[in-house]
Design a binder for this molecule. Structure first.
Ligand SMILES: C[S@@+](CC[C@H](N)C(=O)[O-])C[C@H]1O[C@@H](n2cnc3c(N)ncnc32)[C@H](O)[C@@H]1O
Length: 232
């Protein structure tokens, strides 16, 4: 049953792609507060890395981007989103804390990233892959803009996990299990998509070097540029 609900929601989100204005405002008010521990979790995984240039794909309200700016001091940081409403909210949030001049917020489609090839050390994306209509094109774009030693960290929620894992995640993220499971069902990609589904297929077609890490309710897809794409 959850699989079916997930498939329907993912299909709808891939069709709509960008978050419309009403939902963007709601997301800003409720979603980002709820997701705060997830952003902190992503940040913890970044600790100790030295990064010059960062791109966030599907930056939404810019909350994570601004946190990354605060802890990593990159030379350049870019947030990209297809939703005009989200980009406006991200701009407002960066102005509010006086960081507007330090971030580039661009209205663009992740299927066509308007950034110079080989120029980004770190690509971050949270909760956006399930919106992407054509992951193969996205992975090609990612491989193209990543610098030689760069990597992309693409996070999604996955609902197809054990009860024990859900319990652990609930403790780690300080959110009720039922709510986490619901979020992962409505806004996520099951693990099986990385193992045998359309995500695996797209990764294989593009030929990037990648690893998938299952961290409870969170799935991390780590992409490194492959030697072939780097030399092309
Ligand atoms: C669920 S929200 C996640 C936002 C943010 N990363 C977070 O974790 O709070 C997904 C975001 O991806 C954006 N998005 C969807 N399709 C996109 C595309 N093709 N190109 C760029 N952004 C896209 C949506 O507009 C939305 O802001």
């Amino acid at each position: 049953m959850l699989d079916l609900i997930n498939r329907l929601f993912v299909r709808a989100q891939r069709r709509i792609q960008g978050i419309p204005r009403v939902s963007a405002n709601l997301y800003e008010k409720l979603g980002t507060k709820y997701l705060e521990p997830t952003y902190n979790y992503v940040l913890e995984n970044l600790m100790g890395k030295t990064i010059d240039t960062v791109l966030e794909i599907g930056c939404g309200t810019g909350k994570l981007l601004l946190k990354i700016l605060d802890v990593m001091y990159p030379r350049a940081i870019v947030g990209l989103d297809i939703s005009r409403a989200m980009i406006e909210i991200a701009k407002k949030n960066s102005r509010k804390i006086g960081k507007y001049p330090m971030v580039d917020l661009i209205l663009a489609d992740a299927h066509k990233i308007p950034i110079r090839p080989r120029s980004i050390d770190l690509i971050i994306s949270t909760g956006t892959l399930h919106h992407i209509r054509d992951p193969e094109t996205l992975f090609r774009e990612v491989a193209e803009v990543l610098s030689r030693d760069g990597e992309a960290l693409i996070y999604e929620f996955s609902h197809d996990i054990s009860k024990e894992e859900l319990k652990q995640s609930s403790k780690r993220l300080r959110r009720p299990s039922t709510l986490l499971k619901l979020t992962a069902t409505l806004h996520g990609l099951p693990r099986k998509e990385y193992e045998e589904g359309y995500i695996k297929e797209a990764l294989t077609k593009v030929g990037v070097v990648y690893d998938v890490y299952y961290e409870g309710i969170t799935t991390l897809l780590k992409i490194k540029t492959s030697p072939e794409t780097n030399n092309s």
